[in-house]
Design a protein around this ligand. Structure first.
Ligand code: EPZ
Length: 429
């Protein structure tokens, strides 16, 4: 398996272009199942996760063509015919978002058999809300030997659905199915993450009729068919936030471009409180920190959007490891998302975890050491720690990082970081 080696010390100065959002791209790709016409996604990130999903879509009959367009990378998806409605365990287990093919396959063909995704390192992550919502839309669902078989031979029907709590995946999945249902669907307590707004707007460009976009009540008037469209993937607010924290950690001045500062105000408010300068620009944000001044400790609690994102919790905890004072980091979304804490402790951080809460006592400095990535956002937090740890930090199991960060070493090197990938020639990831 590849690893990444970082020599701590250099300030970060320069410009980092932000890629299209992984968590939007994955759902937009799935939308291609809903139409027999081409869907062109521009500003497409090239990531391990988008590759995985492309492989799954191909076996359902979607033609997937990656190419360079006028505005960077783009991918054309075209499903003239659905050739298989079966999604095998081998493909779904590699990435949970694959499960979201179930609703669109069902909406387009009336049946589908999709593997359950299983748990993952950050928590159990069941899909009960997804299945309840599809059942409410009229699907007959059976669970058998790890697979979900769903039937709706006469098509899905609109329904009133109130989610018991907010789920990004269940909101997106239900939206993807309801656009082709007969009649009106109302989704209450819908998630409001910007990636859901992006999906809803793309579906609207494809002919769907959706009201309440960006609110927690979505009203979907079903249509009989959707058309193709050209859609630019929203900037990745988690990539943007990760580099913002990296700049704050290392010190210096970094301009993040092709981005939107408004998508990460919950993070930047906390960064400002910690003593970082944040200046929104027309196409992103400038992050500045004087390395001579120590950061202040700030508490953070993860919440659904527009609250502080769980996907930025590990990065912010890393920043707090070297702040002056104690900070309390509460994780409200996933039950097991502190696996980075013991790895940060290997670098000299002082963190104690009790249930869903971590107490971080700021230390003067971190020291480089070999550490192990446990999930995608934990991996980037270890890279960020490596930027200031004395000596060399090597981050193992980098395939986690490749799932969601495009050309990370290149983007950081351009700003002066000393970071390199150590290739494992026998690596299949
Ligand atoms: C999405 O996951 C993201 N993934 C996650 O990003 C992100 O952390 C999460 O939303 C929260 O923002 C993608 O978009 C591909 P949820 P998702 O449904 O949809 C529980 C990353 O690093 N739940 O909002 O799975 C669930 O277990 C990833 O890019 C149920 O109990 O998140 C969790 O505790 C990691 N039953 C909570 O709800 C269900 O049916 C929120 O999950 C569904 C969810």
């Amino acid at each position: 398996m590849d690893s990444i080696a970082i020599q701590g010390g250099p300030l970060l100065n320069g410009t980092i272009p932000i890629s299209g959002a992984k968590n939007s791209a994955l759902k937009l790709m799935v939308a291609s199942i809903l139409t027999d016409q081409p869907l062109l996604l521009t500003n497409m990130p090239r990531l391990a996760d988008t590759k995985f999903l492309g492989r799954l879509l191909r076996q359902h009959g979607v033609e997937v063509t990656e190419r360079d367009g006028a505005d960077g990378q783009e991918t054309l998806f075209h499903a003239p015919e659905i050739t298989s409605t079966f999604a095998p365990y081998e493909l779904v287990r590699q990435m949970r978002a694959s499960f979201n093919v179930l609703g669109p396959l069902l909406a387009r063909t009336g049946h589908a058999k999709v593997s359950l995704p299983g748990g993952c390192t950050i928590g159990a992550r069941p899909v009960d809300l997804h299945l309840q919502a599809l059942t409410a839309l009229g699907a007959a669902i059976e669970l058998d030997e790890g697979y979900v078989s769903a039937m709706a031979p006469k098509g899905l029907r609109g329904a009133e659905i109130e989610f018991p709590f907010v789920s990004v995946g269940a909101t997106e999945h239900t939206l993807l199915a309801a656009v082709l249902a007969q009649g009106t669907t109302v989704l209450r307590r819908a998630a409001m993450e910007p990636e859901i707004g992006d999906l809803a707007r793309c579906l609207t460009a494809m002919g769907a009729r959706i009201e309440g976009i960006d609110t927690d009540v979505l009203t979907i008037h079903g249509v009989t068919s959707l058309t193709g469209a050209t859609w630019s993937v929203i900037p990745d607010r988690i990539e943007m936030g990760s580099y913002a924290v990296a700049a704050a950690m290392a010190g210096g001045e970094v301009r993040l471009t092709r981005a939107r500062a408004g998508l990460m105000t919950a993070l930047t408010d906390k960064m400002i409180a910690a003593g970082v300068e944040v200046e929104p620009t027309d196409d992103g944000v400038i992050v500045r920190r004087d390395p001579k001044q120590r950061l202040r400790a700030v508490d953070v609690t993860t919440e659904v959007y527009p609250g502080f994102a769980t996907d930025l919790q590990a990065q912010f905890m890393t920043l707090m490891t070297v702040a002056e004072g104690d900070s309390v980091i509460r994780e409200n979304i996933f039950e097991n998302r502190f696996m980075h804490a013991p790895e940060l402790a290997r670098l000299g951080a002082d963190i104690s975890v009790h249930a869903g809460e971590a107490l971080v006592k700021g230390v003067e400095a971190l020291q480089g050491a070999p550490v192990m990535a446990t999930d995608l956002r934990a991996s980037v937090s270890l890279v960020i720690a490596g930027l200031v740890a004395t000596g060399e930090t090597t981050v193992g199991r980098v395939y986690h990082l490749d799932r969601g960060f495009e050309r990370l070493e290149e983007k950081l090197t351009a700003c002066g970081a000393q970071i390199r990938r150590i290739k494992d020639e026998g690596d299949e990831h």
